[in-house]
Design a protein around this ligand. Sequence first.
Ligand SMILES: [Zn+2]
Length: 482
Amino acid sequence: MKPCLRSTSLVIAVCALGVHAASGAQDEASRRGMAHDIFKQLIEINTTDSIGSTTVAAQAMARRLLDAGFAAADVTVLGPNERKGNMVARYRGKSGSKLRPMLIIGHLDVVEARREDWSTDPFQFVEQDGYYYGRGTQDMKDSDAIAVANFIRLKREGFVPDRDIILALTADEEGGTSNGVSWLLAHHRDLVDAEFALNPDSGGVVTDHGKAITVEFEATEKLYADYQLLATNPGGHSSLPRPDNAIYHVAAALTALQKFEFPFELNAVTREYFAQMAPIESAERSADLRAILKTPPDLAAAERLSRDPRYNSTMRTTCVATMLSGGHAFNALPQRAEGNVNCRIFPGHSQEEIRLELVRLFADRELSVRYRSDSGELSDHGSDRMAMTPPPLREDLMSSLHKVASSLWPGVPVLPIMETGASDSIYTMNAGIPTYGVNGVAIDRDDVRMHGKDERVKAESYYTGVEFYYRLLKSLTSASRH
Ligand SMILES: [Zn+2]
């Protein structure tokens, strides 16, 4: 319990009653109440790209931090236009600290959700059967709320970290053209510059029927890329077919792609991941996992493991056909056919390198293979941007993570993973800020509903996730740790 000088309304009320040592249970209840209210507020602010606004959410979170005593100069809402605001807050560390800040990033925007597709209103925070329902309950307003709740809790407790902790809640991770992390790095680097970053958008506790199996954290991620395959042709009357048909060009290329596999690869992170998965997998898989870690790796074992899509995408670059269109009339030779190939590139390779690989594979001069940027622009040359090779696993982060994970989920392995999707970490990593995906919210492995209907999180998982970040932040920024 803090001295009665503190200005939070709760403490004042408790002090006025003369109940100096409020019970831990009461503290816990009020902390839960706060974490609940922040989460509910965020879910009920629509932050979709179509009609929502991240600015409204950013302002609401800024308001809460200011009310909790953060200085106005340390809490900012800013962005490229009025609908795509980002919030940046700085929790001041010990004055004179030589340590550079750490950064936490979290996206405020959510994927579209239609009322008619859902059992409940996706923009209402619905509490039912021990779950919280709503768009963003898994991805990732839970983590945004957790960060804000813990900033407030730590502040109220008078905690002073050994370095500044910066929190950036941002726009347009899921879509849109105003990615907040990218924009902040480009225009306000000083506000978010840090020695390293945590991004709770990835990683987390995987449970099976409520029982924790692994605590995963992201230590590297694949690079996203789209390529357009395009064949054009003068066309003509379909009663007079010719062999060079635009649709056949695209179809042949996609068939070649279907049979093609990028080579097996390992890096420091996936090596560690496979090594830790081996003892918890079935005997047969476990043997295969050990076999791929040998030098040279057993490629037959890799082949067997790659039948599992998750293992497959962790072992190599993958490219897959995702869209197809062509032709303009039932009775005309097609003048145009187009396909989209979506790739998830293994760290260490560039978008252009993979484009050239596809060109070689298709071996068809009539077919153009062009890189399609996030904003839809096509170019004959992919960017030389690479998925960054994994940053070193920081000793301070690893020891705090292991300590906190074992206090909450004793005996459960802590696994480094390579995210096969893509997150905002790509921007911070490319800006030279090593970024780790760390999250303490447990989701059952058969209950992953991100981007889907009836997105939900178990209420207890959420509160454990709040506690996880509280302990992690404290451990990671306490001088006593050193
Ligand atoms: Zn996300």
